[in-house]
Design a protein around this ligand. Sequence first.
Ligand SMILES: *Cc1c(COP(=O)(O)O)cnc(C)c1O
Length: 354
Amino acid sequence: MSSFLHTKYQALEAYTPGEQPRDKQYIKLNTNESPYPPSQAVLTALGEEDIRDLRLYSDPEGKALKLALARLYGMGADQVFLSNGSDDILNFAFMAFGQDGAVFPDLTYSFYPVFADLHGVPYSTVPLHEDFTVDVPGLSGTGKLTVLANPNAPTGIALPLSEVEKIIASNPDHVVVIDEAYVDFGADSAAALVDRYPNLLVVMTYSKSRSMAGARLGFALGQPELIADLEKLKFSTNPYNVNRLTLKLGIAAVASDDYFRANAQRIMATRETTTNALRQMGFSIPDSQANFLFITHPQVDGAKLYQACKDKGVLIRHFSTPALAPYNRVTIGSEEEMAAFLSVVEEILAEEGV
Ligand SMILES: *Cc1c(COP(=O)(O)O)cnc(C)c1O
């Protein structure tokens, strides 16, 4: 740290993203990326002309992509906000709506407390139930910015839409953010509630089900006034926050929505077979509605499993906080990748004498 950093940032603890190692080729099950490539329409969307046009700024309104997404989700273009990955939107949400503080579950996306600290938003957390489900009454009527990942991470558990609606309806004077990064893997989207709740912001991303994590594209759905607030912050920081190439790829992806839905179905089927196989080996796993599993084994230490997998060429995600130490989060890859992962885990259990 230099002596120049503003005192308000000196104690800030930055978010730690999952490893993106370059030392060797791993089976990479640690950052919830898709094992499948984007659709053919996305693969062929860009030509030399588009690279030439990089001399021009991107459309700061992102109008064509907003229209495409608005049509897909059955709303108006003024109900769509675009950003450089959905983390950007979460950042804006804490900046814009955190005046009275924020609240989120104690076990959830570990970026939320970082955004809160970054913007000086005081926050409290609500413990999950023993079975890792979200405490709906605990998150209701808090009079604060409320942030809920649904399905939640790293548990993979989804709340039914009727429960999500209770939280939104109970907090009419504050924004409720529903972070739907994993919604396409089997949960119900709160997008259907946007027209009824002016305080609802639904946040989605191209990074998981749409196989475009590297393109950095996220979007939010909400009533026009709420979207206008986010636009105000965006135009006060980086009006060209989504680049030309990504805007074009984003439109091509909307046109091939069926392809991405079919991939999500395939990942869900692989998730079920993987869950069953791991449970047979003695792992406990909550039922996941996401593209990852939250696993623990009564006889194998979490950190040890992580390291042994890594040594055998499979990367999974371990969290070192004491409460999470017995667990690992495992992304659902292709059928072949999961078969390889399962045989590595079998080997490790055998070595541990389980
Ligand atoms: C992956 C993820 C995001 C956002 O990722 P982006 O790549 O920035 O769109 C947001 N929330 C949760 C819970 C996630 O897991």
